[in-house]
Design a binder for this molecule. Structure first.
Ligand code: HEM
Length: 186
């Protein structure tokens, strides 16, 4: 929601897709998600820039291995910085920009197969809540966008809004978003 309010043209595009596919003010159903590529791209772009678990969960090397020219000794604790992976200019064009369009037509998912985008981790310890979370995210975001118009508080503009992050096991907005819902005209 914060990125959409900071990028009003992306917010309009997401709402326009919902209006076209579902109809303004109608509830979003699970079966609708597959027909909402821009909403899906918006969720992926949010995961790229703001992964909820920025360092995944710690791992320990079971044996000494070579990875990308580095020696990882047995017993070393490994943190995978997916926050940095998501903003690596070698992989992403304009990594600091919120551009959901970059995922349209791109065969990249969040299920641990595309190492450029691992918001749920991967391998044996991949998030077991993924199937639930991915459905709920699209339903919640889609519903918020399809039932209301949104604006920032009077004293805040997209250019001046606070987007700082607070790092820990999970990634949070340093300043919570204050967004104003407005009734929609149906
Ligand atoms: C947007 C929502 C969520 C995100 C982004 C997320 C992300 C993650 C990440 C990054 C990990 C670490 C994976 C790794 O290190 O490879 C993880 C682990 C885990 N998640 Fe989630 N998660 C979400 C929602 C959920 C939900 C809804 C549940 C439960 C219903 C859940 C349960 C777990 C559990 C139990 C683990 C530990 C798995 C293990 O270590 O074996 N998560 N999650």
């Amino acid at each position: 929601m914060a990125e959409l309010l900071r990028n009003p043209e992306k917010l309009s595009k997401a709402q326009a897709e919902l209006e076209q596919v579902i109809g303004r003010g109608k509830p979003v159903k699970e079966s609708d998600i597959a027909r909402l590529p821009y909403l899906q791209a918006t969720v992926k772009e949010t995961f790229r820039m703001h992964p909820a678990g920025p360092l995944l969960l710690p791992r320990r090397a079971g044996a000494t291995v070579q990875v990308g020219g580095y020696t990882i000794p047995e017993g070393a604790q490994i943190l995978v910085n997916v926050w940095a992976v998501g903003r690596d200019p070698a992989t992403w064009k304009d990594p600091e920009e919120f551009i959901p369009e970059r995922f349209l037509g791109l065969d990249m998912d969040v299920k641990g197969r595309s190492f450029e985008l691992l918001p749920f981790g991967g391998g044996r310890r991949i998030c077991p809540g993924l199937p639930l979370a991915i459905r709920m995210l699209h339903l919640m975001l889609g519903s918020l966008l399809n039932f209301f118009n949104w604006r920032l508080e009077d004293c805040v503009s997209p250019e001046t809004m606070e987007m700082g992050e607070k790092f820990g096991m999970t990634l949070q907005k340093a300043q919570p978003l204050r967004a104003v819902p407005l009734p929609i005209e149906i």
